[in-house]
Ligand binder design. Sequence first.
Ligand code: ADP
Ligand code: ADP
Length: 228
Amino acid sequence: VPLLEGRDLGKAYGRAHGRTEALRGASLRLDAGEILAVTGTSGSGKSTLLHCLAGIVRPDTGAVSYRGERLDQLPEKRLSELRRTEFGVVFQFGQLIPELTALDNVALPLLLAGVSRAQAHTRAGEWLERFGVRGQSELRPGEMSGGQAQRTALARALVTGPKAVFADEPTGALDSLASEQVMTALVHTARESGTAILLVTHDTQVAAYADRELRMADGAVAGAEVTA
Ligand code: ADP
Ligand code: ADP
């Protein structure tokens, strides 16, 4: 069983006037520990596909399975629990909490999961270290560079030990050096922890870090193979 699979996904936004079909029969398989890049031009449906696979958006048609369980049919309560325990997400602008230090941002998912404060801070520090931003532990997001903030956001996405991390243009706001540092850190830590990464990007340099690359066009994935 693949870790995560989307089959024949369809998703439309809006009604009659200005209706957009963001997904039209998109299929994709993500294996455990795999780093998969989904590329394609702006508007091809990459973000919508990521949102459907991550259980953030429900597809109109088709099926999303996580370890054989139909995500698209789960009640919201169970879905949000699964997102919290099994998945990590990171977006183009890390969406760190501006009032919290880097350490507290990374500790937060652990605190929400019931880990003690002391334990949460210890583990958060370790993950900041892995991403090369331990020296920035006490800084707030506004006091960090874009690359440091994104590495902190990645530490936060990985700190709970998710099976899959969904990264939507994680380097979209960074220059090429910072991009490289973020991707190197992400790939290295994902390998170490056996975390699968679904990486959405329009940047071919960034996609080159993945094990496999699939291209999207017009709401569908070219060359995607799903299990029978
Ligand atoms: P990409 O990530 O490849 O840029 P998106 O999945 O963001 O593509 O968008 C695919 C299409 O769906 C685009 O035409 C976009 O404008 C539209 N779209 C995406 N999200 C929404 C939304 N929440 N409401 C309306 N249209 C949307
Ligand atoms: P990306 O390039 O990652 O797709 P966007 O800026 O297109 O980022 O989209 C950011 C968010 O806005 C996404 O959650 C997407 O679903 C939503 N969105 C995209 N296009 C539209 C749209 N035309 N109308 C409303 N929401 C949209």
